[in-house]
Design a protein around this ligand. Structure first.
Ligand SMILES: [Zn+2]
Length: 72
């Protein structure tokens, strides 16, 4: 069995013009190896957040499963 570790990350960036930008992401490892790129990025020009459901879908697909549904 693989050991999967998800650590949630959070970044914020305060801009004098735009105010507060924030994003959430994950550091993911599978059996100690980094998996995917779910870095949270917060900028004035658009933030990049990642949902846990999407991360879990990628992990399941990594292990050969097919995931369908409207929440992933
Ligand atoms: Zn700005």
């Amino acid at each position: 069995m693989a050991k999967i570790v998800l650590k949630s990350t959070y970044v914020s960036d305060e801009c004098e013009t735009c105010g507060l930008n924030f994003a959430s992401g994950f550091d993911v490892t599978i059996d100690g190896e980094p998996f995917g790129d779910y870095e949270a990025i917060a900028t004035c020009f658009g933030s990049s957040s990642h949902e846990a459901s999407a991360v879990l879908k990628d992990i399941l697909e990594h292990f050969g499963h097919t995931v369908e549904g409207d929440c992933v």
